[in-house]
Design a protein around this ligand. Structure first.
Ligand code: ADP
Ligand code: ADP
Length: 221
């Protein structure tokens, strides 16, 4: 099943920068795809267009018929509210959605369990390591039960040890949940380790130059 298709997409920013030219990409439901390429090749632009943040100059985005496309975005910065506890940070998207109290409580507990942060409900971001803050940020994305995660270099600001740990945790999570994931990185090891497909992009103009299936060691479809 198709999650989405970008057809002949170009994006020129208002300052004249041609970020993407004639890009075609189809992502399937349940696929873990990495967008790999040097800084400036348009990876974030692709994610933002899929998320509906900003308009493409030409081309189109189409969603698969059977795909619910409830999205969650995970950024490089954990971007937590420093004055709020871990559970209040994770609660935010639910508050915006107007969910009932007991359900909210359960949803927060589930999301924190997924990222292994039980017991930190009442902690403040300043009391947590960089990796833990990123886990909170991921929990906040998962709490609404998205069908697709758009991750823009989520671990780029973390040290190597923390990054490998989070990579293996993310892979575990994905194997349990099988969301569709589009993961932006300029780290080839991370791309190959995590994804079952690596889409390589090049810059000036941003475009797809290779699309490589990875022989994943886990069962698919
Ligand atoms: P658009 O052409 O889609 O309207 P804008 O040029 O208005 O986009 O910029 C949108 C946002 O991206 C602004 O908040 C701007 O500060 C930010 N931005 C501008 N230049 C860059 C850049 N080179 N890289 C990343 N973000 C940028
Ligand atoms: P990547 O994520 O691969 O680093 P981006 O999608 O952020 O690439 O950027 C692609 C190109 O578009 C770069 O040349 C960048 O400077 C430019 N760019 C990104 N956002 C904006 C913006 N809002 N306004 C103007 N130029 C932008």
């Amino acid at each position: 099943n198709v999650a989405f298709t970008l057809s002949n997409v170009s994006k020129t920013y208002s300052n004249g920068t041609i970020a993407l030219q004639d890009l075609n990409l189809t992502v399937k439901d349940g696929e873990f795809v990495s967008l790999l390429g040097p800084s400036g090749c348009g990876k974030s632009t692709v994610l933002r267009l899929v998320a509906g943040l900003g308009q493409m100059s030409t081309g189109q985005l189409e969603w698969g018929d059977a795909f619910r496309h409830k999205l969650a975005f995970v950024f490089q910065e954990a971007a937590l509210m420093p004055w709020a506890t871990v559970e209040d940070n994770v609660r935010l998207p639910l508050k915006l959605a107007g969910m009932s109290k007991p359900l909210v409580k359960q949803a927060i507990a589930e999301a924190l369990a997924l990222v292994d942060l039980q017991g930190f409900e009442k902690s403040y971001p300043r009391e947590l390591s960089g990796g833990m803050k990123m886990r909170v940020s991921i929990a906040r994305s998962l709490v609404t039960h998205p069908d697709m995660l758009l991750m823009d270099e989520p671990f780029g600001a973390l040290d190597e040890m923390t990054r490998s740990r989070l990579n293996s945790d993310l892979l575990n999570l994905w194997q349990q949940k099988l969301w569709t994931v589009v993961f932006v990185t300029h780290n080839i090891y991370e791309a190959v380790y995590l994804s079952n497909r690596v889409v390589v992009m090049a810059a000036r103009p941003g475009r797809v130059v290779a699309d490589i299936p990875i022989d994943a060691p886990y069962p698919r479809e």
